[in-house]
Design a protein around this ligand. Structure first.
Ligand SMILES: Cc1cc2nc3c(=O)[nH]c(=O)nc-3n(C[C@H](O)[C@H](O)[C@H](O)COP(=O)(O)OP(=O)(O)OC[C@H]3O[C@@H](n4cnc5c(N)ncnc54)[C@H](O)[C@@H]3O)c2cc1C
Length: 305
């Protein structure tokens, strides 16, 4: 079977791209399998019309709507690899290999859990990445931001915005790095607390984060901890050899969303630090439209189906 587009990844980016391409009457295979970024989250916020929806319900609804478009096939299969060239890709999808004119990568990113006892268990409800997603539910409570050395030069941008939700914010450097003097004065002047000692443990009661205990014994009340653990691309993206930027995100042309490999496009979290479901969905739609335009400009196009 020759598909116009094989989309790898069925999160907000891939589902949105499939919708646009289905409505444009393109033959699409959407493959989805493996871990997804918000698997640990109970609710998805800040997606207009879907605020507070569960991630599973979001995906179920999207698939239900896709089922109206006969040229879109959705399969729960893992893509093991992509070979071939633009116009004639071969995609290993589960036990089958299918052909595709174009490939769209919507595989998200993998978050690496930080080596702190309890981090994995709290990830998604008490340890989160984004105040727009989770801030409202914990407003006016004690918050922390676990900064990492990679963020030293710009961490105040993230930390200062947290004061919009609560006046009680503590930045933890976990003994990892020296905070630049300018950042330190800015944070203190703005009323944030800074703790530079190594974190001893996360104090948890009945699955809720209560405090951060430092190695020097100090306990800092903290009910919501922000953290941006390192992330990596999934294997299929790494194996394709698409160019990555200095932070490890897939480089795309901002308009076409074309990667460095001709015929391979990318949308969603794997391309940006601006990681949110609605942003991923928007970039998926954009990639789909640009792929569609490119296909329609191809002299080999054989007409509407
Ligand atoms: C804990 C947490 C909570 C969050 N809460 C919110 C929130 O409330 N609101 C919000 O807007 N954003 C939230 N986000 C961010 C949001 O989840 C992401 O921005 C969004 O899911 C990105 O969509 P995506 O389609 O790019 O990737 P994903 O949603 O990660 O989807 C990628 C999909 O690709 C699949 N895949 C990967 N490799 C393969 C392969 N080889 N073959 C087949 N399939 C593959 C994966 O299984 C996955 O289903 C949260 C993130 C986290 C970590």
């Amino acid at each position: 079977m020759l598909y116009d587009v094989v989309i790898i990844g069925g999160g907000p980016a891939g589902l949105s791209a499939a919708l646009a391409l289905g409505r444009a009457r393109k033959r699409v295979l959407l493959c989805d399998s493996g871990p997804r970024r918000n698997a640990a989250a109970v609710h998805m916020h800040n997606f207009v019309t879907r605020d507070g929806e569960t991630p599973n319900e979001f995906r179920r609804l999207a698939r239900e709507q896709l089922s109206q478009y006969p040229s879109v096939v959705v399969q729960d299969v893992l893509v093991g690899g992509v070979t071939g060239v633009k116009g004639a890709f071969h995609v290993a999808a589960g036990a089958d290999t299918v052909d595709a004119r174009r490939v769209l990568l919507c595989t998200g990113m993998i978050d690496e859990m930080l080596p702190l006892d309890g981090f994995r268990e709290l990830w998604g409800h008490a340890i989160v990445q984004c105040p727009y997603c989770h801030g409202w539910e914990s407003k006016d409570r004690p918050w922390g931001y676990l900064a990492r050395a990679e963020h030293a030069s710009h961490l105040q941008m993230f930390a200062l915005q947290l004061r919009g939700w609560t006046n009680d914010v503590c930045v933890f450097t976990n003994g990892d790095f020296e905070l630049p003097a300018a950042a330190q004065s800015q944070l203190i002047a703005a009323g944030l607390r800074i703790e530079t000692a190594r974190i001893g443990r996360l104090v948890v009661r009945e699955h809720r984060l209560e405090a951060i205990e430092l190695s020097n014994g100090t306990r800092v009340a903290c009910e919501l901890l922000f953290a941006h653990p390192p992330q990596h691309q999934v294997n299929v993206v790494r194996a394709l050899g698409v160019a990555l930027d200095s932070e490890g995100f897939v480089q795309v042309d901002p308009m076409s969303r074309q990667t460095s490999v001709p015929g391979v496009f990318a949308a969603g979290d794997l391309t940006t630090r601006m990681q949110a479901a609605i942003a991923a969905a928007a970039s998926g739609m954009q990639a789909a439209a640009m792929i569609n335009v490119e296909l329609m400009m191809d002299p080999a196009w054989s007409g509407a189906r």
